[in-house]
Design a protein. Structure first.
Length: 79
């Protein structure tokens, strides 16, 4: 699993970043959101017509959140 691109969000909301990821060899998910929620970091896929375009097991979502957060930390200019 790897992050293909990451776009940091600076709008003050709970979305920390949007990113694209290769979740398995040859399988890519685009437009994922890394969100800081009351339950911790969460990853959400894009929506189509009000429904989920991508869903994933919690183990995969947790690993993607970890990888994306590493990318956010690398791009943090506040240090």
């Amino acid at each position: 699993m790897k992050i293909l691109s990451l776009r940091r969000q600076y709008d003050g909301g709970n979305t920390l970043a949007r990113f694209d990821a290769e979740v398995a060899p040859g399988i890519r998910a685009y437009g994922l959101r890394l969100v800081q929620s009351q339950k911790g970091l969460r990853v959400f896929g894009p929506s189509i017509a009000g429904g989920s375009a991508v869903t994933m097991d919690a183990t995969i979502a947790d690993h993607l959140a970890y990888l994306a957060m590493r990318g956010v930390a690398q791009h943090d200019n506040s240090k």
